[in-house]
Design a protein around this ligand. Structure first.
Ligand code: ADP
Length: 484
């Protein structure tokens, strides 16, 4: 079942201090969501493992930070090259445990690897400052130093990229790193550890803890006294709990939480491009991304025409296992996710939404759901207020720009947003006024290593990627030189 070109990429135990751990008493199954078959049995990390990983990371970190930035960069570049060389194997592993179409998995491996390349370069530009002092015999220096030991918890929807964009920034800055990936997708993270080791990442600098006891492992990662910073990507509810845990030790935190992205199509838009962008922004990863278009707002005057363009595109999306050629929509991650999508859909239909396509599980298997198109969605419906996290396109109409803006901003979340418009003034007004951390203008796919990814409001704080991405992993030290 796991027929990889390089079978050594399949690992089933935690990786701590440069060592694969010995077998423990408890194991858990990693299941292929496309067919329910067990892919591997993985050993549960214990609390002692978590403590050992943090201690190893603390012991190794000063030596790593003391290397020249160019030396750290060389290791990260080697790691990137190895990820790219093993793209096919890593993508297959990802698709098997996560479900997304193979083409998307391959793109994710390249995307995840791109953070290593990006931050390897940025590491060399961790400039400090010299600031004019208030007296002529003094000097103010500002140093940017590594935060220290970074721990992280990552989600199952991008098992490679969510991990790599944190790890790349942390290691580039001179931090050490301990991650607990989601229990549904541990194999992708463990494969990254195997390649880290081959790339020459020193023992203790990159550690992976795999287990289903998220709460207990999370407790160690957020409260251990040797942890300096905690970075999380996942739901807002869990993020709030972890923030509270971090508060006790005043850990620095980065939080990349849920979204409820508005996608606004104005009358002036190129409707064909808007429909293409919407399909990409909605159905990637079967709708299971935090930047997925969630509330689609379409100007009333073009609604009918837009739906005529959109509907055939939704109808032709192929639902199939991610390993099948041409698959556009794979399975959802688990039964709970399917039930949630169905419940949100039923609520919308009960409240008067109109179903134009889909609306039920797909015969490909118990975790598959049809791509679904709904119109007449109103702000009272649950799927307007919550992240759908499934392949359901929910359309709401509006009449004026002010109305669209008010609808878009009426959310506790503020991660991504999208607008399609050909009016420069309108684009600029919306770019200023929309309460989001990221905005796609006439563009449905916005993530890349050069751009600062992150949200506002209850979507979290901190930015990943871009030249700002190292800020979260460095701290300023001001040095006052006197008697000069
Ligand atoms: P999702 O809805 O994407 O599964 P979660 O926030 O539930 O989002 O999960 C994201 C990550 O957080 C996963 O690695 C999961 O194991 C972990 N997690 C979930 N609950 C907790 C918790 N109480 N403490 C620590 N980690 C948790």
């Amino acid at each position: 079942m796991l027929a990889l070109t390089d079978p050594a990429l399949v690992k089933t135990r935690s990786f701590i201090n440069g060592q694969w751990q010995a077998a423990g008493p408890h194991r858990f199954a990693v299941v292929n969501p496309a067919n329910g078959k067990t892919l591997a049995q993985v050993d549960e990390a214990t609390l002692a493992d978590a403590t050992m990983a943090v201690e190893a990371a603390a012991a190794a970190q000063p030596g790593w930070a003391a290397l020249a930035a160019a030396e750290r960069a060389a290791v990260l570049i080697e790691w990137q090259q190895l990820l790219l060389q093993h793209e096919a194997d890593l993508a297959l592993l990802l698709t098997l445990e996560q479900g997304k179409p193979l083409a998307e998995a391959r793109a994710e491996i390249r995307y995840g690897a791109s953070y290593l390349g990006w931050f390897a370069e940025e590491a060399k530009r961790l400039y400090g400052d010299i600031i004019p002092a208030p007296a002529s015999d003094k000097q103010i220096l500002v140093l940017r130093q590594a935060v220290g030991v970074v721990t992280a918890i990552t989600p199952w929807n991008f098992p490679n990229a969510m991990l790599m964009r944190k790890a790349a920034a942390a290691l580039a800055a001179g931090c050490s790193f301990v991650v607990k990936p989601a229990a549904q997708t541990p194999l992708s993270a463990l494969a990254c550890a195997e390649l880290a080791q081959r790339a020459g990442v020193p023992a203790g600098i990159f550690n992976v803890l795999v287990g289903t006891n998220a709460q207990q492992l999370g407790e160690v990662l957020t409260t251990h006294p040797l942890v300096n910073k905690f970075s999380f990507t996942g739901s807002t509810a869990v993020g709030k709990t972890l923030l509270k845990q971090c508060a006790e030790g005043v850990k620095r935190v980065s939080m990349e939480l849920g979204g409820n992205a508005p996608f606004i199509v104005f009358a002036s838009a190129d409707l064909e491009a808007a429909a293409e962008g919407l399909i990409a922004a909605k159905f990637r990863n079967a709708g299971q991304t935090c930047v997925c278009a969630n509330r689609v707002l379409v100007e009333e005057t073009v609604l009918e025409r837009f739906m005529q363009i959109l509907l055939p595109k939704v109808q032709t999306l192929k639902v199939a296992a991610g390993t099948e050629p041409g698959s556009a929509i794979g399975p959802l991650i688990e039964a709970k996710a399917v039930a949630k999508v169905q419940q949100l859909l039923d609520d919308a239909l009960d409240q008067g939404a109109t179903l134009l396509h889909g609306g039920k599980p797909h015969p490909a298997g118990p975790l598959f759901f049809e791509p679904t198109l709904l119109t007449g969605v109103t702000p009272q419906m649950q799927l307007f207020q919550q992240e759908i996290f499934g392949p359901v396109l929910a359309i709401t109409s509006f009449n004026t720009e002010q109305q669209a803006l008010a609808l878009a901003n009426a959310s506790d979340y503020g991660l991504a947003g999208y607008i399609y418009s050909q009016q420069l003034g309108q684009v600029f007004r919306l770019a200023q006024a929309l309460q989001v951390g990221m905005l796609g203008v006439n563009e449905g796919i916005i993530s890349n290593a050069a751009a600062p990814f992150g949200g506002i409001k209850q979507s979290g704080y901190g930015r990943e990627g871009s030249r700002y991405g190292l800020d979260d992993y460095t701290q300023l030290k001001y040095v006052y030189l006197g008697g000069l």
